[in-house]
Write a protein that binds this ligand. Structure first.
Ligand code: PRT
Ligand code: ZN
Length: 299
């Protein structure tokens, strides 16, 4: 197979998105020939190679068609889109799929104990961030003029150093803010990882593999939450039990030999099955409950 028919996918070299990205690709069936400390990983069994780079470089690599695809945070993509727009360039990378990892939010935080009366309270204040374009757009939408202090990192210590009155940074658990005595007051952007592709048309072979990859990603994401649940139940309790089964459209109902008043129910639940659900099912009369992980799913 010639080189041009192999897809090139940019993945973060070392950071929060690296492991979940490689895990997703492995679940899609990709075996990579080289470790992640090398710049390129060669797909052994699929015509797809992985380029390991800094996450900030991924939008450019895809925009400039060096890579066909990229896995990167929506926050990085949207900041890049606005940065390009500010230079009069239209971002042309296309978002193919939202992914179920890398969740975080870009939020405004202020020193603990200060009162917050809404976005207008930021007027005339200094806000430190590494996302000047997203913050600028947010403030403009709210008609607020503030002083954006662009930093390259360690944003959370800016208020303590007297460099800013507020910050705008990524938050996931909130523990970094808490450790720095800051309080989250306003979300600017909800973010998660996304799969983007080049604006340039791909040949038939590559296009076909992009489609297959998307289908596999869809399957992987569905399976992650899905469970196969089996239980026995009195026939009379069927309506209640069907109501309690989380996210299952049409369960299979099987008669139980020697128990005319009972049935076995098998269902794929497209949501996680929590202990509370099992306890509810048991209260409704279910017994012999078994919850199994789903390995693969293809609609
Ligand atoms: O070296 P490179 O440039 O590739 O990596 P990086 O340091 O720029 O990025 P990295 O690995 O920190 O994050 C990569 C992507 O992960 C981000 O662009 C987001 O899309 C996503 N992500 C998800 C996060 C977080 N959660 C997150 N919590 N990125 C950063 N953080 C930081 C945040 O900036 C803050 O310092 O973690 C701290 C807050 O975390 P909590 O849990 O204390 O709230
Ligand atoms: Zn980065």
């Amino acid at each position: 197979m010639d080189r041009d028919s192999r897809l090139k996918l940019a993945v973060q070299k070392s950071g929060r998105l690296t492991d979940p990205s490689l895990d997703l690709l492995a679940r899609c069936g990709l075996k990579l020939a080289r470790g992640k400390d090398q710049l390129v990983g060669y797909g052994e069994n699929l015509p797809l190679d992985v380029l390991f780079v800094r996450d900030d470089d991924i939008p450019d690599l895809v925009q400039e068609d060096v890579c066909d695809l990229g896995l990167v945070g929506l926050n990085v993509i949207e900041e890049k889109r606005l940065a390009l727009a500010a230079r009069g360039i239209e971002a042309s990378f296309e978002t193919l799929r939202l992914l179920d990892f890398g969740r975080c939010r870009l939020s405004i935080a202020i020193p603990e104990g200060q009162s917050w009366s809404g976005v207008s309270a930021l007027a005339g204040r200094r806000i430190a961030t590494t996302y000047p374009h997203l913050l600028g757009q947010f403030l403009a939408r709210h008609g607020v003029r503030a002083d954006i202090v662009t930093l390259s990192g360690a944003v959370e210590i800016a208020p303590r150093l007297g460099r800013a009155d507020a910050i705008c940074d990524l938050v996931s658990t909130g523990s970094t803010l808490a450790a720095n005595h800051l309080e989250e007051v306003q979300t600017v952007l909800e973010s998660h990882a996304v799969l983007i592709r080049t604006p340039v048309a791909l040949g038939a072979v590559k296009s076909d593999w992009v489609e297959r990859l998307l289908m596999r990603i869809e399957g992987v994401q569905q399976v992650r939450e899905s469970k196969y649940i089996m239980l026995h139940a009195p026939r009379a309790a069927l309506p209640e039990i069907r109501r309690l089964l989380p996210g299952s459209e049409s369960p299979t109902i099987i008669p139980l030999e020697g128990h005319p008043d009972k049935v076995a129910i098998h269902a794929v639940c497209r949501e996680n099955v929590f202990w509370e659900t099992l306890e509810g099912l048991k209260r409704a009369g279910a017994s012999a409950l078994l919850v199994l992980p789903v390995e693969k799913m293809l609609a």
